[in-house]
Design a protein around this ligand. Structure first.
Ligand SMILES: Cc1cc2nc3c(=O)[nH]c(=O)nc-3n(C[C@H](O)[C@H](O)[C@H](O)COP(=O)(O)OP(=O)(O)OC[C@H]3O[C@@H](n4cnc5c(N)ncnc54)[C@H](O)[C@@H]3O)c2cc1C
Length: 394
C-alpha cells in the first residue's frame, strides 16, 4: 500500500489548486501528495462545464466565504492566467434592466442593483451605473434601459486553468491517479486508508474536493451522512448564426429580483470567440444526468430576446450542461461554501457545496485550506503570502 502525507479526492479546479498550493508551501521538504480522480483527466465534471466567469463576488454577501474568496480568488486567477498564458477574455460584466422589466414594474430589479452596488462599495469593487446611452457605448446592440457595469470581470478557459494547476502541482511532485474512483474510507490512529476501485492508499490527511460527490466522500470518511448535495443542472445553447453572434461581445446578465436563486440566463462569451446563452436551473435526481429532459431553446430566447430582439430559436444549438452541487441551508436558502474540518487529527477537511463562484474562488480556497490550523500543525508551514513573487511564479 502506498503512503502519502495528503490525499485529495477530486481533480477539479479546486482539488488541483489545493495540490498546487500545498506543494508550493512545502517546496523545501516536499509533501507526498496524491490526487485521486475517477475520470481520466482533470475537470471532467463541474470544472469543465461552467461559464468560466471570474466573478467579482458582488452577487454574494460580502462577509460570506463565497464573497471573500471570489474577490480574492478572481484577482489571483487573472494574474495567474496572464502569467501562464491561459486564455482570458477581459470583457467586463453588464447587469442590465430591460424595457420590458420596466413596463412590468421596475422596483424589484432596481433594488437588486442597489444591493449589488452596496456590496461593491463595501468591498471596494469598481462599478458604475449606466444610462441607456452609456450602455450603448459599451454594448451597442443591447436593448436596455440601463444597469451597472463591473469592468474588472473576465472570462477564463476553465479547463486550461485546471490543467495548468495540475501541471504546476506535478512540478512539486504531487501525483495524480486518474481512473481511480474512491469507494471506501477507513481510518486508524494516525491515517486514513482510502480504497479506490484500483488500489488502497494510506494518507495522514484527507481533503475531500469531490464536487458533486463530496457528500458521499464525506459519508465514507465520517461513517454517517452529514451533508446532502442537491444537483441542479444548468444548460447552455451556443449562438451559432454568424451575423448574430457578433452582436454581443461582453458578459450580459439580467437584473433579477432579490429572491432569485441564481444569477440568471446570460450572454456568455468565451475567450475562443464562441458565444453561449445560459445557464438555467433544473433540479435533477441523478448527479450524472447531463442531458435527459433537455430544456427547449424557446426558454432561452424568451429570457434574452428582451435584450436582443433579433434572437431566434434557429440561432441556437444545444451545447452542454453542468451540474451545481447545491447544499440547502436553514430556511431553504442556498448554502455558503462549506470548508469543514470534520476531524482535527488526522485531519479530515470536507469542501462541500462549492458551486458558483467556485471557479473564481479556487486559488483563494486553496490558500484558505493551506492556512487551516490543522494543516499548519500537521505539516511545517510556509504562508503563501510570504513567498517571494519570484518563488510564487515559478
Ligand atoms: C452551470 C454552471 C455554471 C457555473 N459558472 C461558473 C462561473 O461562471 N464562475 C464560477 O466561478 N463558477 C461557476 N460555476 C461553479 C464552478 O464550476 C464550480 O464551483 C467549480 O468548478 C467546482 O470545482 P470542484 O473542483 O470543487 O468540483 P468538480 O469540478 O466537480 O471536481 C470534483 C472532482 O471530483 C471527482 N470525484 C467525485 N467523486 C469521486 C470519487 N468517488 N472518486 C474519485 N474522484 C471523484 C470528480 O470526478 C470531479 O472531477 C458554475 C457551475 C455550473 C454547474
Amino acid at each position: 500500500m502506498s503512503t502519502y502525507d495528503v490525499c485529495i479526492v477530486g481533480a477539479g479546479v479546486v482539488g488541483c489548486a489545493i495540490a498546487r498550493e500545498l506543494g508550493r508551501r512545502h517546496r523545501d521538504s516536499p509533501l507526498r501528495i496524491v490526487v485521486l480522480e475517477q475520470h481520466e483527466k482533470v475537470g471532467e465534471e463541474t470544472s469543465g462545464r461552467n461559464s468560466g466567469v471570474l466573478h467579482s463576488g458582488i452577487h454574494e454577501d460580502p462577509c460570506s466565504l463565497k464573497g471573500q474568496l471570489a474577490r480574492e480568488g478572481s484577482a489571483l486567477a487573472v494574474s495567474y492566467a496572464l502569467q501562464h498564458g491561459i486564455p482570458l477574455l477581459r470583457t467586463g460584466m453588464v447587469i442590465a434592466i430591460s424595457w420590458e422589466d420596466v413596463r412590468r414594474g421596475l422596483w424589484r430589479e432596481v433594488s437588486m442593483l442597489r444591493r449589488l452596488w452596496v456590496n461593491a462599495w463595501k468591498t471596494n469593487i469598481r462599478v458604475s451605473f449606466v444610462t441607456p446611452s452609456g450602455l450603448r457605448a459599451w454594448e451597442p446592440n443591447l436593448r436596455s434601459c440601463g444597469g451597472i457595469i463591473i469592468p474588472s470581470v473576465s472570462v477564463i478557459d476553465p479547463l486550461a486553468f485546471a490543467q495548468s494547476l495540475r501541471t504546476e502541482s506535478e512540478a512539486t511532485d504531487a501525483q495524480f491517479a486518474f481512473n481511480n474512483r474512491v469507494i471506501g474510507i477507513d481510518e486508524d490512529a494516525d491515517a486514513y486508508i482510502v480504497t479506490t476501485d484500483r488500489q488502497r492508499i494510506r494518507a495522514a490527511c484527507l481533503i475531500n474536493a469531490a464536487g458533486l460527490h463530496a457528500d458521499d466522500i464525506a459519508a465514507f470518511a465520517l461513517h454517517n451522512k452529514k451533508y446532502t448535495i442537491h444537483p441542479l443542472r444548468g444548460e447552455y445553447y451556443e449562438l451559432v448564426t454568424p451575423e448574430k453572434k457578433c452582436l454581443i461581445g461582453r458578459l450580459v446578465y439580467p437584473a433579477l429580483p432579490p429572491q432569485a436563486t441564481g444569477k440568471g440566463i446570460h450572454f456568455s462569451p468565451r475567450p475562443n470567440g464562441q458565444l453561449f446563452v445560459g445557464p438555467n436551473e433544473l433540479a435533477i435526481k441523478d448527479k450524472r444526468d447531463y442531458t435527459s429532459r433537455k430544456t427547449p431553446p424557446s426558454l432561452f430566447v424568451e429570457a434574452l430576446q428582451k435584450f436582443l430582439p433579433a434572437l431566434d430559436e434557429r440561432d441556437l444549438r444545444w451545447a452542454y450542461s453542468g451540474i451545481r452541487p447545491r447544499v440547502i441551508a436553514a430556511g431553504g436558502h442556498k448554502s455558503d461554501f462549506i470548508v469543514s474540518v470534520d476531524r482535527e487529527d488526522p485531519p479530515l477537511i470536507n469542501l462541500v457545496g462549492i458551486e458558483s463562484p467556485g471557479l473564481s474562488a479556487a486559488l483563494a480556497l486553496a490558500r484558505h485550506v493551506g492556512d487551516l490550523p490543522c494543516i499548519q500543525k500537521r505539516f511545517r508551514p510556509i504562508d503563501s503570502r510570504s513567498l517571494s513573487h519570484d518563488a510564487y511564479d515559478r
